[in-house]
Design a protein around this ligand. Structure first.
Ligand code: ATP
Ligand code: MG
Length: 137
C-alpha cells in the first residue's frame, strides 16, 4: 500500500465527519497529529504556489489555527484521497463530485477544508517535512 499526506485545514467545523469519511473509505490512519503551522512552515509547505496571487491569503488561512495532519495508507492512496476530496473549488465539486469532502464541507476555493498530496513524490516529501520537523501541540 501507498502513503499520502492529508491535512484537515484550520477552522473547518467538520473535522469529525471528515475523519469518519476517511474510515468509511478504508484508509488506514498511520500517523495523526494536530499542529499549528508557523508562517515559515506554511510558506514552505505550499512553496510550489509562491508566485500565485492567492499565496499570502493561503498562508494566512493555513496558520489561523490547528491543522490535523494525517498519513493515510491504502492501495493507490494518493489518487484515492484526491478523489475523496474532490476538485479544489467547491462550486465545481458540487457539480462534478457531489459526494466529495469539498462539495460537502468547503466554504470556498480558498477555505476548502482539506489538502492532499498531488503525487507520490510530494507525498513522501511532505510526510517527512510534517512528521519529521514540526512539533505537536
Ligand atoms: P491542496 O494542494 O490544498 O490539496 P489542490 O491541489 O486541490 O489543493 P492547489 O492548486 O494545489 O489545489 O491549491 C492549493 C490551495 O490553494 C487550495 O487547496 C486552496 O486552499 C488554495 N487555492 C487554490 N486556488 C485558489 C484560488 N483561485 N483562490 C484562492 N485560493 C486558492
Ligand atoms: Mg495541491
Amino acid at each position: 500500500p501507498e502513503d499520502t499526506l492529508a491535512v484537515i485545514k484550520p477552522d473547518t467545523q467538520h473535522k469529525e465527519e471528515i475523519l469518519e469519511e476517511i474510515q468509511a473509505q478504508g484508509f488506514t490512519i498511520s500517523q495523526l497529529k494536530d499542529t499549528i503551522l508557523s508562517r515559515e512552515m506554511a510558506e514552505e509547505f505550499y512553496k510550489e504556489h509562491r508566485e500565485k496571487p492567492f499565496f499570502s491569503q493561503l498562508v494566512d488561512y493555513m496558520c489561523r489555527g490547528p491543522c490535523t495532519m494525517l498519513v493515510l495508507t491504502k492501495e493507490n492512496a494518493v489518487q484515492e484521497w484526491r478523489a475523496a476530496m474532490g476538485p479544489t473549488d467547491p462550486d465545481q465539486a458540487r457539480l462534478t463530485a457531489p459526494e466529495s469532502l469539498r462539495a460537502r464541507f468547503a466554504k470556498d476555493v480558498l477555505e476548502n477544508a482539506v489538502h492532499g498530496s498531488s503525487n507520490t513524490e510530494h507525498a513522501d516529501q511532505k510526510i517527512k517535512f510534517i512528521f519529521g520537523d514540526i512539533g505537536e501541540i
